[in-house]
Design a protein around this ligand. Structure first.
Ligand SMILES: Cc1cc2nc3c(=O)[nH]c(=O)nc-3n(C[C@H](O)[C@H](O)[C@H](O)COP(=O)(O)OP(=O)(O)OC[C@H]3O[C@@H](n4cnc5c(N)ncnc54)[C@H](O)[C@@H]3O)c2cc1C
Length: 553
């Protein structure tokens, strides 16, 4: 850990050097001794220390300095470092200064100049104060710290991105922690933009976008090559499996993921039916291992890069990224999966991220400790989410549209929900409205048909009401069904005929779309199984078909 700071301030250079020398002699082994020649200079240094998250143990400040007095400086310093000890140096018994110091800056001590011999007149006093400070000091967290408000949607997104990227961080709530608030205010005046993310190198990002965060974390966000054999869109299980096989089989492969790898599976606390993991594995672990494996085989994995369009140009397939740059290749695998369907009820938009969350949002699970939460949905993903939240929440209420849980959920989850003491299931229940000033406070529910409604208080509501395919960026290029699922292989035939636009004599491969060289696999594909194992299988199999396609280009 970095040593805590003792900052001494005096406008007379000789006095400043003398006190610095004496402080070093006695305290340098355990403290960093810093000096400043004026109040303004000192304040600047204190702000910088705060920005860097450096601990300050003691301010030893001359009382009478031009422009900014010692007391005025200590008032400001106290705002940033409320626990640091504050000592004024006075030239004579200056009662007036001492009283205003005590009243305004909560002075711990005032010392008379000269302090010779320091062994008698300086060190005992400061030793005492520093011992008090050390007893209550908790060393700062040395990793990434996210200072924000639990009710700011962007704070939630930043935490979610860091968790899903497996980046450890400490969350500090500016509404609960005055020191964190002062630190965040130094970077974001008036706290108009939150969160502020502090990094161990002393830098901070204010309300960062996902790409800025990814770059700061050292994740790859731009492609290294001018041309690839295979571009993969989406870093869920399908895309990751394809990247592992593409890389391992010598294809120049790049995967683009709009957030961070893992996909829907990455939000699951425990995948229990994936072959080879009898006690289950978390989606985050699966994503981390698969991403490392793909990289080890030479595939590039771009994080926080969304593909916004795809086009075909002769033998080339071109993917446009969110900043307009293009990735060129011979073949593309579409693996963008599905996204959770949105609730469409009054009040919901304003509270999204401020108590209303889509998906399981494991990031928020721990913040539900001791509160009442709602889980909306009756399928397996809602069941898994309810069980995860039940470990922290006082009570979880599941709102299920059907008559019973068994209608849409695997029996092993139904049994576990029955065994959990704090999960209530409301059947034939739907959300009809949400309320709250800046954060979710209550939810209107209709139960069991017309007329029967009630309003329940809730701090958090997790919505898992099914998913829709994320295929809009492929519109006009590949055939999709009315729901947006991408059609491949034999399913492209209607009345035994391939689409007129199909230009080749051969049939499309099993996972090939209506555009040769563009493949689709996993949840986004019409007729896919919507399971991790199936996604991994399709992603792997697609690479074999890409090889066969490349033989003809
Ligand atoms: C909470 C939950 C729990 C689940 N539990 C299980 C389970 O226990 N067992 C099981 O077998 N299945 C489970 N499933 C289902 C399983 O997770 C999915 O079938 C699987 O993740 C599908 O993989 P995929 O790669 O096709 O799509 P996704 O997992 O949806 O991944 C697609 C990825 O593509 C990215 N993307 C989308 N569009 C773009 C774009 N334009 N540019 C760049 N990137 C893009 C997305 O951000 C996403 O990361 C669960 C699903 C959920 C939601």
């Amino acid at each position: 850990m970095t040593k805590p700071v003792i900052l001494t301030v005096d406008d007379e250079p000789e006095v400043l050097n003398a006190i610095e020398r004496d402080l070093r002699r006695h305290f340098a082994a355990s403290y960093r001794i810093l000096k400043a020649g004026s109040g303004e200079q000192a304040l600047e240094a204190v702000r910088e220390l705060k920005r860097r998250g450096a601990p300050v143990a003691l301010f030893l400040v001359d009382a009478r300095m031009p422009r900014m007095s010692g007391t005025a400086l200590l008032v400001e310093a106290r705002r940033l470092y409320p626990d640091a000890r504050r000592v004024l140096l006075t030239a004579y018994a200056d009662t007036e200064v001492a009283i205003s110091g005590i009243n305004l800056a909560r002075l711990d001590h005032y010392l008379m100049k000269p302090w010779d011999p320091p062994e008698e007149r300086l060190y005992p006093v400061l030793d005492d104060l520093l011992a008090d400070w050390s007893a209550s000091f908790r060393p700062p967290f040395e990793g990434i710290r996210v200072a924000g408000s639990p009710w700011s949607p962007r704070s939630h997104e930043v935490k979610d991105f860091l968790s899903r990227s497996q980046t450890p961080y400490q969350w500090v709530d500016v509404e609960q922690d005055p020191a964190a608030r002062a630190e965040a205010e130094a970077a974001s005046p008036g706290l108009r933009h939150l969160p502020v993310v502090f990094f161990p190198d002393g830098t901070a990002l204010v309300e960062p976008g996902t790409r800025a965060l990814a770059e700061k974390l050292g994740l790859q966000t731009t492609a290294a090559l001018p041309f690839y054999d295979l571009v993969i869109v989406g870093g869920g299980p399908t895309g990751l499996a394809a990247a592992v096989y593409g890389g391992s089989e010598g294809l120049r492969t790049v995967l683009c993921e709009r957030e961070t790898t893992g996909g829907q599976a990455g939000t699951s606390a425990a995948i229990e039916n994936y072959l080879g993991f009898p006690s289950g594995l978390s989606g985050a672990d699966l994503a981390r291992r698969a991403t490392a494996q793909a990289r080890r085989f030479g595939a590039e994995v771009l994080t926080a890069r969304e593909v916004t369009a795809i086009r075909a140009d002769g033998p080339y397939r071109i993917a446009t990224l969110d900043d307009g740059t293009e990735l060129r290749s011979y073949a593309v695998l579409l693996a963008p999966g599905m996204e959770v369907r949105r609730l469409d009820v009054p009040g919901v938009q304003a509270l999204t991220g401020a108590g209303v969350f889509y998906g399981a949002s494991l990031t928020e699970a721990a913040t539900c400790r001791g509160t009442d939460v709602l889980v909306v949905g009756g399928a397996n993903s809602a069941g898994q989410a309810a069980l995860s939240f039940a470990r922290y929440a006082r009570k979880v209420t599941m709102l299920v549209r059907g008559g019973t849980l068994s209608e849409g959920m695997s029996q092993y989850l139904v049994d576990r929900i029955g065994d959990a003491g704090n999960i209530e299931v409301l059947s034939r229940a739907e959300v009809v409205g949400v309320h709250g000033a800046g954060r979710l406070e209550a939810v209107d529910i209709s139960c069991g048909g017309a007329g029967k409604g009630r309003t329940v208080e809730a701090a958090a509501m997790f919505v898992l009401i099914g998913s829709t395919p994320r295929s809009d960026f492929t519109a006009g290029l590949v055939a999709r069904d009315p729901a947006g699922f991408i059609v491949t292989g034999p399913d492209l035939r209607t009345d035994g005929r391939l689409p007129r636009s199909w230009p080749l004599a051969r049939d499309p491969f099993l996972l090939e779309t209506s555009c040769p060289g563009i493949f689709a696999a996993g949840d986004v594909r019409l007729g896919s199984a919507k399971r991790v194992a199936a996604a991994v299988g399709e992603g792997s199999a697609a690479v074999g078909m890409v090889h066969r396609y490349l033989e003809s280009v």
